[in-house]
Design a protein around this ligand. Sequence first.
Ligand code: ADP
Ligand code: MG
Length: 324
Amino acid sequence: MSDTSVLPADAVRIRGLTKTYAGSKSAPPKEALKGVDLTIPRGSMFGLLGPNGAGKSTLINILAGVVNKSGGEVSVWGRDLDRDPRGVRAALGVVPQEISADVFFTPREALEVQAGFYGVPANRRRSDELLAALGLADKAGAYVRALSGGMKRRLMVAKALVHNPPILILDEPTAGVDVELRRQLWAYVRELNAAGVTVILTTHYLEEAQELCDTIAIVNRGEVVACEPTPVLLRRLDTRNVVVVPEGELAAVPELEGFEASARPGGAFAVTYRKGHGSVEQVLAAVRAAGVTIQDVSTEDPDLEDVFVALTYGDASRPDPTRD
Ligand code: ADP
Ligand code: MG
C-alpha cells in the first residue's frame, strides 16, 4: 500500500507505548512497558540495552506483531501498526530470543517455506545465497535438529531475511552462540547495515552494544532511561561505586541528597556516582549529612545494573545531554 520509492526518515517511531500483561490467580498484572517513546533512524545500527526483565522482548514482540500493545502508537517504515499490520510485517525481519527449530525441515526447506509464507515469488527467492552468507551452505540439506545452537540461530537470521526486509531485528542474538560464530554473525550484520539495512538488536551486554551499535537506548523497568549516540552514552556510563560500611547498624539504607544508595550484605551500602558529576568526596559528604558515621570505605567499578539504577534515579545529578 505505501509508496516504496519514498524512504521514511525513521525506520521506527514509537510514542507512549504501554504494555500490561494480564495477571493470573498466582501472578499480579505486570506493567512491562510504561510509556516508551523511541525513534530509530533509518540506516542505524541501534541497540536496546537493558537488564533481564527490562521489557526489551516485549517491545520487539509488539513490533513483530506477536504481542498486543496496551496503548500508544507504533509506526514501522512509515506504516502504522494498527492500520497496516501487514505492511509492518513486510518491513521487518525478526529473529526472536528463543531458538525455535523446524525439526521436520532441512535449512533450505525452512527458508523456502518462510519465503512462501511471505509471498516471495520463486524467481526472487535466495535461499542458497542466504545459507552461504550465514555459513550454512554445507548444512543446506541436513536435519535441522542435527544443527548446533549457533547454527540454528544463524538459520533464524536467514529466515528473517527471506523477504529482504529493510529492517532486521535481533533479540539477544548472542545467546547460545560461541565466540567464533558470534564474530561471523556480527560481520554479516555489519555488512547488511552497510548495505542500508536498519539493524535493531537487544542485549544485556554493554560490551556488545558498544561494539556494534551507533546509537544505544537503555531500557530499565519498562522505561527508556537514555537514548544517545554510543560515544555520548559511554561518557555518561563512566561511573563508580563507593561502598560504605557504617559504624553500628542502620535501620535502613540512608536517603542521600543527590545520590541513590543500595544495600550490600553485612550492613554496608553502595552509592553510585558518575565521574564529572560527583566525586567520592561528595558521596561521603552526603553520607555524613544523612547522619551516618563511616567505619570503612572502598570504591569499585559498577556492574551494569548499578549503572541502570544510577541512570534511572537521581535526576538532579543527571547531566544535561545537550551539553555533552
Ligand atoms: P527483557 O526482554 O528485557 O528481559 P521482557 O520483555 O521479556 O524483558 O519482560 C518484561 C517484563 O514482563 C518481565 O517482568 C517479565 O517477567 C514480564 N513478562 C514478559 N512476558 C510476559 C508474559 N507473557 N506474561 C506475563 N508477564 C510477562
Ligand atoms: Mg528478552
